[in-house]
Design a binder for this molecule. Structure first.
Ligand code: GRG
Ligand code: ZN
Length: 331
């Protein structure tokens, strides 16, 4: 096991470096692929995609690589009368795209472009009697949506809204905790590393991390690392670059990031890069996408890969942005 420190991970036997310029070009080119079927199939994720692309570029130290005014103008068009944002223009509002839109606007320091009170009204309207939050007006609930709501209200400094019942939200998250220390998407749901991230993130923001047994959960998370250095989301599953984020950010919040082998994970992420097109895939040899590109780069930032801007493990945004808006480090 290696301990994370401020220096570059000594990647034993490293075969590759982070292809920073190529990844910038890959992200810049995403909006030009209008002849690709995938471009249209992912239309409902356009706002999420903007968040992944913009975040990756900021962590790569290239915030100016996308046209900020064009992005803001586009996002404004995605906000609905009820305050929520759709995944694309004319798509129904959802908490997932609402968080992404707010994250991008705050990252670019352009919150002035939207009606914040209405965003808050929208999120508050999604809280259920049991403390959880629905993803939209259709009512489906999941610990992901709770995190989106709490994260967004925290970024907007509106967690003190009197219409909210945050004690019930904490109680609900605690009910999603399993005997193995992990968390699922609802009470009784199987432990999954991405659900652990959203539950630990919610408890961290709400100053309720004492409900977690950090040693037990830290052990379960560290068991996610396989021999090839990659991390999986639950026992017996395949390794995948995005778990570099879900697992390592959770371990960071629990102050146990040094419980995984940083060198091996760094190498695993670097090997999933596409050295021709740029971008990072879920694992070596597969086609890259902007989701895994972002979480690979953010994972490397948590691993303190040299030249990358530090990322905040709770909000998955540049740490300097979280500091600029005055959210104190909770981790
Ligand atoms: C601000 C970073 C950030 C996120 C916002 C949307 C959200 C909150 C979090 C998503 C959490 C989540 C549940 C992600 C899914 C990750 C994933 C790869 C799921 C795949 O699950 P399976 O069962 O794959 O298809 P496995 O790996 O278990 O085989
Ligand atoms: Zn993945």
């Amino acid at each position: 096991m290696s301990v994370l420190n401020n220096s570059r991970p000594a990647v034993d036997g490293a075969t590759s470096d982070l292809l920073m310029d190529l990844h910038v070009k890959y992200i810049q080119a995403l909006d030009t692929k209008k002849n690709d079927l995938e471009y249209w199939l992912t239309e409902h994720l356009r706002v999420n995609g903007l968040y992944w692309g913009a975040t990756a570029l900021h962590i790569l130290g290239k915030p100016e690589a996308l046209d900020q005014d064009q992005i803001v103008e586009y996002l404004v068009k995605c906000q609905h009368e009820n305050g929520g944002f759709g995944g694309h223009i004319d798509h129904d509002p959802h908490i997932l795209s609402t968080l992404s839109a707010v994250q991008v606007l705050i990252t670019y320091d352009r919150l002035d472009a939207i009606n914040v009170d209405k965003v808050v009204d929208y999120i508050v309207s999604l809280q259920n009697e049991d403390g959880s939050f629905s993803g939209d007006s259709w009512g489906e609930t999941d610990t992901r949506f709770i995190f989106c709501a709490i994260n967004c209200l925290s970024l907007l400094k509106r967690l003190d809204d009197k219409r909210l019942n945050l004690k019930k939200t904490i109680d609900y998250i605690v009910q999603c905790r399993n005997f193995d220390g992990g968390f699922g998407s609802s009470p009784g749901g199987e432990s999954h590393a991405a659900q652990v991230y959203v539950c630990v993130g919610t408890l961290t923001i709400l100053n309720a991390l004492h409900h977690v047994d950090a040693d037990q959960l830290g052990w379960w998370l560290s068991e996610r690392q396989l021999k090839n250095g990659g991390l999986n989301g639950r026992p017996e599953k395949l390794e995948d670059v995005c778990y570099s984020w879900w697992v390592l950010s959770s371990l960071s919040m629990l102050k146990r990031a040094h419980w995984i082998d940083a060198n091996k994970l760094t190498q695993f992420i670097l090997e999933a890069q596409d050295s021709e097109t740029g971008g990072i895939a879920d694992r070596s040899g597969n086609i890259p996408d902007v989701f895994h590109t972002n979480f690979g780069i953010c994972g490397l930032s948590l691993l303190r890969y040299p030249g990358l801007v530090p990322v905040d493990p709770v909000y998955c945004m540049p740490r300097h942005v979280i500091q600029r808006i005055g959210l104190t480090d909770k981790h």
